[in-house]
Design a protein around this ligand. Structure first.
Ligand code: COI
Length: 358
């Protein structure tokens, strides 16, 4: 494993950094330091903690043309004793490498990935927010940095982790969902399961439609326009006849770590869980019949947010019976309380960040 070199200027910058805003929002603030690693000649050459700042890229750098890029989203939480813990970071390391394989990019050994996360969190210890539900959001990402316009996998890469003290992703208490009946996000054999920028870029045309229609999130259907897959940056769940349903994972759906954690918590609470195909028309029918009472979106950034309504292409709005999400909010409280170390969770969910004096 490569040792991470700490640049004194990065340490000086973080010592002086403070945030006074009570409304952190999501991704509005970013710590004045970052992890930067370089891959070349078939291996990771160096890992550094450096001041946050622009990266200079030649206009012919491959990532700018062919989108060879992957990223992760993960969170570190302030614990009751003041220490910091990351939530299931090894799951992010695993998924990062899964995305890397699909995008012909080099993997990062799990220990190395975790060490890089530990180091940036350790140096950010004074800016990890303290209020329940807030966190230090980490955004690790990798880009193809080789210069050249030939369409072939890059041989050089840059890996970076930036850190953002963050609060709620959505400003409201619930979200209105726009059902995308025309465009699709992913198809079998494609890159839907990979956390790569292209999936998010391709969702933006629908984002504009969604916002213009007065909604907050786009719901994606599969390539047959029949079954629910996920939202633009989060997974989908709903309660039907008191059972928790979510689309079963396929290679077109992102394997969400919050999704996985909620399913484990729900099973522990003796809520029946079904991972299955959910047809959108069937879901709307069950909402009208009062059998689907709640639905919610879930993800690292969004945690759990109840869905109040679905807007369909025919202009009809379908309102959930419980748009404030009683069960959804109970699951949310459980999850954020485990993350904040205020109630015990399953073994290994919290990864304590080593304390570094500086
Ligand atoms: C996350 O939840 O961490 C994500 O990466 C989704 C994001 C694009 C907001």
């Amino acid at each position: 494993m490569r040792k991470i070199d700490i640049h004194p200027e990065a340490v000086e910058r973080i010592k002086k950094y403070t945030i006074h805003d009570q409304q952190l929002g999501f991704g509005k603030y970013v710590a004045p330091l970052m992890i930067e690693a370089v891959y070349d000649q078939g291996q990771w050459q160096r890992f550094d903690l450096v001041p946050y700042g622009p990266i200079q890229l030649d206009p012919c750098t491959k990532v700018l043309h062919y989108g060879q890029e992957i990223f992760e989203g993960m969170k570190a939480f302030r614990q009751p004793d003041g220490t910091i813990s990351l939530f299931r970071p090894e799951q992010n390391a695993r998924r990062f490498n899964q995305s890397a394989r699909r995008m012909s990019m080099p993997e990062i050994p799990v220990d190395q990935f975790l060490q890089a996360c530990d180091v940036i969190c350790s140096y950010c210890k004074n800016i990890v927010p303290k209020r329940l539900g807030e966190s230090l959001y980490l955004r690790p990402f990798m880009i193809a940095s080789e210069v050249g316009l030939g369409i072939k996998p890059s041989k050089q890469f840059i890996f970076i982790i930036v850190a953002s003290p963050s609060g709620a992703y959505f400003s409201g208490d619930s979200v209105k969902v726009y059902i995308e009946r025309d465009d699709i996000r992913a198809a079998q054999g494609g890159i839907g399961f990979a956390k790569t920028g292209g999936n998010y870029g391709a969702s933006l045309q629908s984002y504009t439609k969604t916002i213009q229609a007065g909604c907050d999130q786009t719901m994606w259907l599969d390539s047959t326009h029949t079954y629910i897959e996920e939202m633009s940056g989060m997974n989908f769940m709903c309660l039907i006849d008191g059972e928790l349903h979510t689309p079963a994972l396929t290679d077109t759906i992102l394997d969400g770590i919050t999704r996985k954690s909620i399913l484990e918590l729900a099973r522990h609470e003796k809520i029946k869980v079904k991972e299955d195909k959910i047809s959108i028309d069937d879901l709307l029918k069950k909402i009208e019949e009062g059998r689907c009472t709640e639905a919610f979106v879930c993800g690292t950034a969004s945690v759990i947010c109840p869905i109040s309504s679905f807007l369909d292409k025919d202009g009809r709005t379908h309102y959930l019976k419980d748009g404030q999400g009683k069960v959804s909010m109970e699951l949310r409280e459980k999850l954020i309380s485990i993350q904040a170390g205020r109630s015990p969770g399953p073994e290994g969910w919290l990864h304590p960040v080593p304390v570094i004096e500086f």
